[in-house]
Design a protein around this ligand. Structure first.
Ligand SMILES: [Cu+2]
Length: 365
C-alpha cells in the first residue's frame, strides 16, 4: 500500500515538474528550493530549508496591515456570475512594530490578503501572478475549492510569471486561502494567507459594519521588540515559539496609537470575518468588553449560529464569522485570549465605539 502511494506521489510530482519546468524561464535561479518545491504535491514533503536572508530584501513598504474595512460589499445579486480575479504575490519589507522590520511575503502587499467575495454557484477565473521582483515560487490553495490542492498545483508559479485556473464556488462559508509550497509554514508565517467568502444564495444578514481580521504568528531571530531587522527563524517555528502574534500583520496595528482603530457608533451592529493563518497557533478569539452575539464557527454559514459566545477557537487554516452589537460607548478590543500574545506579542485590535453613555446598561460608580 505504501509502495503504491509513493509511486502515485512520485508520478504526480513528475508531471508537475514537467509542466512547471516548461514555464520556468530564468527563475531557475531559485535552484534547489524551486526543485524541492515540486515534491510538495506528493506524499513526501521535502523539508529542505531555503536560504533565509538575514537582512531586508525587497521593496520597503509603509504597511502590510490590511485595512479591515477595505473589503467587497455584501452580495445582493440573485443570479450567478463569473469573476476574473488576480492575486499577486509580493515579497516586501515592512515594520512589524516601529523600529522592527521583517521580510513579509504577501498576497497583494497586505496581510491578510485581499478578501474575495462571491456567491454560491459563481465561477472564479483565478490568476496568480508572482511579482518579477520576488525571490521565490508561490501558489495558492483555496479551501473553497473542490480540486487538487485547492488550486495549489495549478497556480505554482515562478517569479515574473502568472498561472490561472477556474473553479465553481459550490458550497457557502468563509474559507482561508494560503500559499502551499513545500515550505508553506514559512510562507504563511511570513504573511501568505487570506479569505474567500462564499455567500449563500440568500446572502448574509444585514449589519452596519463589516471588519476583516487575520491572525498569524511570526518566528524571528530576535526577541520581541528588539530593534532592527528580524530575520525568519526556522528553529523557532519548529518549536512553535513565535516572537510575534499579529492581527493584520502588525503589532497592535489596528489601534489608535499605531495605524488607527476600527470605528462604530452606539446602537450599531458589526460582522467580523476572521481568518487564522497560523501556521501553528489557534486563536482564542474574544471581544473584550463585548460578546459575539452570533458565531458561525469555522465560517460554516449554513449552520445555525451559536448565541452569545465569549471566546471561540479559530484554528489555523480556518475562519469564523462573528456578529456583535455595540449598546454602549467605549473601546472594544479584539484579542486572542491566550493573553501573553496580547500583552507581549501584539494580538490586539481596537473598535472605537462612540455615542451617548447608556447608564442603564453600564455606569462606573
Ligand atoms: Cu509562497
Amino acid at each position: 500500500m505504501l509502495q503504491t502511494n509513493r509511486r502515485t506521489a512520485s508520478d504526480r510530482s513528475n508531471v508537475s515538474r514537467r509542466s512547471f519546468m516548461k514555464g520556468l524561464g530564468t527563475a531557475a535561479a531559485a535552484g534547489g528550493f524551486m526543485a524541492s518545491g515540486l515534491e510538495a504535491f506528493g506524499a513526501d514533503y521535502a523539508m529542505e530549508r531555503p536560504d533565509i536572508p538575514l537582512g531586508p530584501v525587497g521593496r520597503k513598504v509603509n504597511r502590510v496591515a490590511a485595512d479591515p474595512t477595505d473589503i467587497p460589499p455584501p452580495i445582493r445579486r440573485h443570479t450567478s456570475k463569473t469573476h476574473d480575479i488576480t492575486l499577486t504575490s509580493e515579497e516586501v519589507v515592512a515594520e512589524i512594530e516601529p523600529g522592527v522590520t521583517f521580510n513579509f511575503m504577501t498576497f497583494g502587499g497586505q496581510v491578510p490578503g485581499p478578501m474575495i467575495r462571491v456567491r454560491q454557484g459563481d465561477t472564479v477565473n483565478l490568476t496568480l501572478t508572482n511579482d518579477a521582483s520576488n525571490r521565490m515560487p508561490h501558489n495558492v490553495d483555496f479551501h473553497a475549492v473542490y480540486g487538487p490542492g485547492g488550486g495549489a498545483e495549478a497556480t505554482l508559479v515562478a517569479p515574473g510569471q502568472s498561472r490561472s485556473f477556474s473553479f465553481q464556488a459550490m458550497y457557502p462559508g468563509a474559507f482561508i486561502y494560503h500559499c502551499a509550497v513545500p515550505n508553506l509554514d514559512y510562507h504563511i508565517a511570513s504573511g501568505m494567507f487570506g479569505m474567500i467568502v462564499v455567500e449563500p444564495p440568500e446572502g448574509l444578514p444585514p449589519v452596519d459594519h463589516e471588519f476583516y481580521i487575520g491572525q498569524h504568528e511570526v518566528y524571528t531571530n530576535k526577541k520581541t521588540g528588539e530593534a532592527g531587522h528580524h530575520a525568519f527563524d526556522f528553529d523557532a517555528m519548529m518549536d512553535e515559539k513565535p516572537s510575534y502574534v499579529l492581527l493584520n500583520g502588525a503589532k497592535y496595528g489596528l489601534t489608535p496609537d499605531r495605524l488607527g482603530a476600527m470605528e462604530a457608533n452606539v446602537g450599531e451592529t458589526a460582522r467580523v470575518f476572521m481568518v487564522t493563518g497560523g501556521p501553528n497557533l489557534t486563536s482564542s478569539f474574544h471581544p473584550i468588553g463585548n460578546v459575539w452575539t452570533d458565531v458561525w464557527r469555522e465560517g460554516a454559514i449554513q449552520s445555525a449560529p451559536e448565541k452569545n459566545v465569549q471566546t471561540t477557537p479559530v484554528a489555523p487554516g480556518s475562519c469564523g464569522i462573528f456578529h456583535m452589537k455595540f449598546p454602549v460607548p467605549g473601546p472594544v478590543f479584539l484579542v486572542d485570549h491566550a493573553l501573553s500574545r496580547v500583552a507581549r506579542k501584539g494580538a490586539k485590535a481596537t473598535i472605537n465605539v462612540t455615542g451617548p453613555e447608556q447608564p442603564d446598561i453600564f455606569a462606573a460608580r
